[in-house]
Ligand binder design. Structure first.
Ligand SMILES: [Zn+2]
Length: 640
């Protein structure tokens, strides 16, 4: 047993309205979304948009529009290049069609031989009609799993593995502050796709969430069943398409699984703990209740966990327990970390840290934020603004800045309790450490949860409790960043930004997505040219995980358990090399619950006089560095 200074005992962490479904076609003849009065008419059949696995069908969908548009799959010559560049510019800047048409008019006047179309819709291959089904109390457009996968295959020529594993996300997306209108997209992401780019499988639009989950899922379930038996053919390859997991927040999971709400009795998706009502909230104090299984879910052995009926996902043999991951973003970042900060600021008097401590922590966070690497899009903000923090800010706080900012501000027992969470989640996020220390992290999380009520009282609610089930997802699927909702949330943000008016939001979104699809096909990314001279001095180096440069915050790497500062980046015909100096002293930043050096976290000092050269293959990871008592604390960049 390990004892903390205030007598709190820690368990020893071992080892380590609506009509039946029908289809509408919106005939869009207006010049832009700003124009109202689009005509609607009923289509004759409800299966026009049933999913297909053929590339031709997909092309028909996105190009069934303008008469004078050519399908530029192979861009050649300056005219095509100009058109492609204009397409890419208009799509990436989300330029309204009317503005694009005005620009085309100017260009045609000054470049009469450019063959540019008059209409922006022609340039972007904007569909002239959008097929919409009335489903589950709203409108729905089904793009299809196969169409999305084929699009990703066209954009990523390296995807040649025989099996493609899909992560599926469904979530509500409010569109306007002044309206209840919301999207409920079904998104997909191919795990083998290194770009981690989601695609839209279906888009639902209504004034509330879909009224019936099985109706909402019907096209998806039907198509996945077909793909499971037939596979998907592309360029002579037959791909096996499998669902890896569903990555959703708790309310969406309960909706898709047709189970009781997550904050009700028997609401835990992983164990049969019923929960206890304490101090006006449902607590789950037990950490050893019997676990649910896919079989027990299918057999409904715990009827208190289920709503009436069965989820349609059972028809395609989805593991309703094992294939629904506990999303790191919602559970840990927006759940546990936000709750901890709330307890420090506004919780019971025994856990509040006081105004001075909050001011000290905030000042440190703002200071540390200035030196965060390029991979952090949001810098440090005061705890006073915590109500406006984004999930990425809670993640940064937990994994990097929190241990530094809290060190002198929290009582020791509360700081060490926070470190239990920091260390365990750092391990579960690490591409390297999670393989060997997953059980250790699992034990640390159980200790964290068991001591949560000792320190903070009856606040072991759903999110806190579910930490004890988190490591099992990492064992099955890999590190937390690989199974988090962050890529989906980023995609949803962009989807929302495309909607300019409440009028026909679904149709607007379908058109924008079709325009993007056209651009991705004609604008292939080319590799950077090789240097013409033997050695070229570079200002930065970028790989798929991170960017290195000579600027503070972006110039530290780890190689073979040593930490280096980059002083020059050279590109040669053989690859990229780095001139570096080594930090000679590495001290642990903390020793509880484990020596931080075991995690690669250190206080570094003393630079070597000699430089040495390392290559990109020598680099284990980029290091995040921040000032602490006039020295540097370095962490491995783990969350990417
Ligand atoms: Zn549980």
């Amino acid at each position: 047993m390990a004892k903390l200074s205030n007598g709190v005992t820690y368990l020893e962490a071992a080892g380590t309205d609506l009509s039946p479904p029908s289809v509408l076609i919106c005939n869009e003849t207006e010049s832009d979304e700003e124009v109202e009065g689009e005509d609607w008419f009923m289509a004759s059949s409800s299966d026009n948009m049933s999913a297909t696995s053929g590339e031709e069908d997909f092309d028909d969908m996105v190009c069934s529009c303008s008469s004078d548009e050519e399908n530029n799959d192979t861009a050649v010559g300056p005219i095509d290049n100009l058109q492609n560049d204009l397409r890419a510019w208009a799509v990436t800047t989300n330029t309204p069609i009317s503005h694009l048409s005005s620009l085309l008019s100017v260009l045609r006047k000054h470049f009469p031989h450019s063959h540019l179309p008059k209409d922006g819709r022609t340039l972007l291959s904007t569909p002239t009609g959008t097929e919409v089904q009335l489903k589950a109390g709203g409108q729905m457009h089904y793009f299809g799993v196969a169409n999305g996968v084929l699009e990703r295959l066209r954009d990523n020529a390296t995807l040649k593995t025989p099996s493609l594993h899909l992560q599926i996300n469904a979530d509500g997306l409010p569109l306007f502050k002044s309206s209840s209108l919301q999207f409920w997209p079904i998104l997909g992401l191919i795990e083998e796709d290194s770009t981690k780019t989601p695609f839209v499988i279906a888009l639902y639009c209504g004034h509330s969430k879909p009224s019936d989950a099985n109706e909402y899922l019907s096209d998806f379930v039907a198509e996945m069943g077909k793909l499971a038996s037939d596979g998907l053919e592309y360029q002579s390859y037959l791909y096996r398409i499998e669902i890896s997991c569903f990555v959703c927040d708790a309310p969406a999971r309960t909706f898709l699984k047709n189970i009781k709400a997550h904050n009700s009795y028997s609401g835990c998706e992983r164990c049969v703990d019923e929960g206890i009502w304490l101090n006006q909230r449902l607590n789950y104090p037990n950490t050893d209740s019997a676990l649910r299984t896919d079989e027990s879910f299918r057999d409904q052995t715990d009827p208190d966990h289920h709503k009436e009926g069965e989820s349609a996902l059972l028809q395609i043999n989805v593991g309703m327990v094992s294939q629904f991951v506990l999303d790191f973003m919602h559970l840990v970042c927006l759940g546990v970390v936000r709750k901890l900060i709330w307890l420090w600021m506004k919780g019971p008097l025994t856990t509040r840290t006081g105004n001075q401590a909050i001011m000290d922590i905030s000042a440190t966070l703002i200071k540390l934020g200035k030196s965060l690497p390029k991979e952090f899009c949001r810098k440090g903000r005061s705890l006073r603004e915590v109500d406006r923090w984004k999930a990425t800010e809670f993640r940064t706080f937990l994994l990097y800045t929190g241990p530094v900012a809290l060190r002198k501000a929290l009582p020791k027992h509360m700081y060490e309790h926070f470190l239990l969470l920091h260390v365990s989640i750092s391990i579960l996020c690490s591409p390297r450490l999670h393989k060997h220390y997953c059980d250790y992290a699992d034990n640390l999380l159980k200790v964290f949860v068991q001591n949560f009520s000792v320190i903070y009282g009856d606040f072991v609610v759903y999110n806190i409790h579910n930490l004890i089930h988190l490591a099992s997802d990492v064992r099955k699927f890999g590190p937390l960043p690989q199974i988090s909702a962050f890529p989906f949330e980023n995609f949803l943000y962009k989807l929302k930004k495309q909607i300019r008016k409440p009028n026909q939001s679904l149709q607007q979104s379908v058109r924008r997505l079709a325009e993007q699809s056209g651009v991705s096909r004609v604008c292939r990314v080319s590799s950077s040219p090789l240097p013409s001279s033997p050695t070229v001095s570079m200002s930065h180096y970028t790989c798929d995980k991170f960017t290195l440069s000579l600027t503070e915050g972006n110039n530290m790497v780890s190689s073979g358990n040593a930490t280096f500062k980059i002083e020059a980046i050279n590109r040669t015909l053989g690859g990229t090399s780095f001139v570096v100096r080594q930090y000679l002293q590495q001290q642990p930043f903390f020793t509880y619950p484990v020596n931080s050096l075991e995690l690669g976290t250190a206080v570094v000092d003393g630079m070597s006089r000699e430089t040495r050269i390392i290559t990109e293959r020598d680099i284990d990871c980029k290091m995040v560095s921040m000032q602490f008592n006039k020295r540097l604390v370095t962490y491995p960049l783990n969350h990417i």
